[in-house]
Structures are given as C-alpha cells and as structure tokens.
Design a protein around this ligand. Structure first.
Ligand SMILES: C[S@@+](CC[C@H](N)C(=O)[O-])C[C@H]1O[C@@H](n2cnc3c(N)ncnc32)[C@H](O)[C@@H]1O
Length: 194
C-alpha cells in the first residue's frame, strides 16, 4: 500500500486548489499521493494562524505541496528551505512557489535531515504521523542539531496522536510552550535549552 510520503508509481491527477490563509488568497497545485491533497489540513492551518515574528532562516520539514514554507515566506522577512522525502511533493512545492510568485525559497529532497547542511532560526513542521512514532521523534528531537542557539521549533500535533507524551518526552532538550489548543490539536513552540 502506498502512503502520502512514498514515491511509488501512484497515478497522477494534478488539481489546483485555492485557499485563504489569514485573509490572503493562495493557490496550490496538489496531486494524488501527497498529504491533504483536497485542501489545507486543519492542523497546518492552525499552526500558520499561530506563528508570529518569524525572521531569518526557516526550514519547513516535510513540506508536502508547500503550504507552510510558502505562507511563511510570503508573510515574514525570511529565507525558507523546504524538504520532503516525497519527490512528487517536492515537484509540486517548486511549482507552487512559482504559482504564488515567491523568491528566496529552496526545495530539496531529504529523508529527515540527511541532506540538510545549515542551521536555522526556525524549524516548522506538521510531522508525518503516519510514518510512525520513530520518524516523528527523530524529526522533532534532531531539530535541535539544525537550530541556531536561539532557534525555535514550531509544530502541530493532535491529542490522540500522542501530543501529551511528545510534550513530556521533549522536555529534557527544549523549553516548551503550548501556543494554541483547538479541536484536539496542539500548536507547540520549543526553544533549545542552552
Ligand atoms: C503531515 S504531512 C505535512 C505536509 C505539509 N507540510 C502540510 O502541512 O500540508 C508530512 C510530510 O512529511 C513528509 N515526510 C514523511 N517522512 C519524511 C521523512 N523521513 N523525511 C522528510 N519528510 C518526510 C511527507 O511526505 C509529508 O509530505
């Protein structure tokens, strides 16, 4: 069975969706085989509605068709890198950057952080829960290696997907704040402990 994060030979049917994020209209090409292809995920939307004062260098981990990176680049004075393990998602993100007329965004293939060579002011992710707890923990815990000293990790997680244990388990390495809670989704900010 194929998942939204694999690259096997899934048929293609590219569609364009429109979305309003924080009062502004965006368009995105989506396709079979990528996460939340019919519309922006509720958790992603809640995450974007609750992040502020972003500047510097941002990494969008598991970018899918590019919603987080594109929104952040469009709304804040920053450079954005986006990574995903799904080649189709990467190609869609590239198309969507052009579609939304944005610059200063780079998209590249990476399994977790394997191809990431820089350090960032912010790492932002709606992590791939369906890839399993191991991968999610690796993405969230290893983020500290790719954050600058004052850097912050922002992510969304649902209560029933283990939000409470993730919060507890990350406590040793980050200073955590819950910045929003809605319909069972938690938006969490983690600052590196010095
Ligand atoms: C929940 S989706 C979020 C997509 C997009 N950021 C959004 O909010 O709509 C998680 C993404 O992580 C990607 N992913 C899964 N495993 C990964 C891995 N090992 N390394 C990098 N990305 C991965 C998936 O392909 C998917 O696009």
């Amino acid at each position: 069975m194929s998942h939204y994060f694999t690259n096997d030979n899934v048929k293609s049917n590219i569609k364009k969706i429109d979305a309003v994020l924080k009062g502004k209209r965006y368009s995105f090409f989506t396709d079979i085989g990528v996460f939340s292809k019919s519309g922006i995920d509720f958790g992603t939307r809640l995450l974007l509605e609750n992040i502020n004062n972003i500047q510097g260098k941002v990494l969008d981990v598991g970018c899918g068709y590019g919603v987080i990176g594109i929104f952040v680049r469009d709304n804040f004075d920053c450079f954005v890198d986006m990574i995903d393990i799904n080649q189709r998602a990467i190609e869609l993100s590239k198309k969507n950057i052009k579609l939304n007329s944005l610059e200063k965004i780079k998209v590249f293939f990476s399994d977790e952080y394997k191809n990431v060579t820089e350090r960032y002011d912010y790492i932002i992710t709606n992590p791939p829960i369906r890839a399993g707890k191991n991968i999610v923990y690796k993405i969230l815990i290893s983020a500290k290696e790719y954050l600058k000293d004052e850097g912050k990790l922002f992510f969304v997680i649902k209560k029933e997907q283990g939000a409470k244990s993730v919060i507890k388990d990350l406590n040793d390495i980050y200073i955590m704040s819950i910045i929003s809670k809605k319909s069972g989704f938690y938006i969490i900010s983690e600052q590196k402990k010095q």
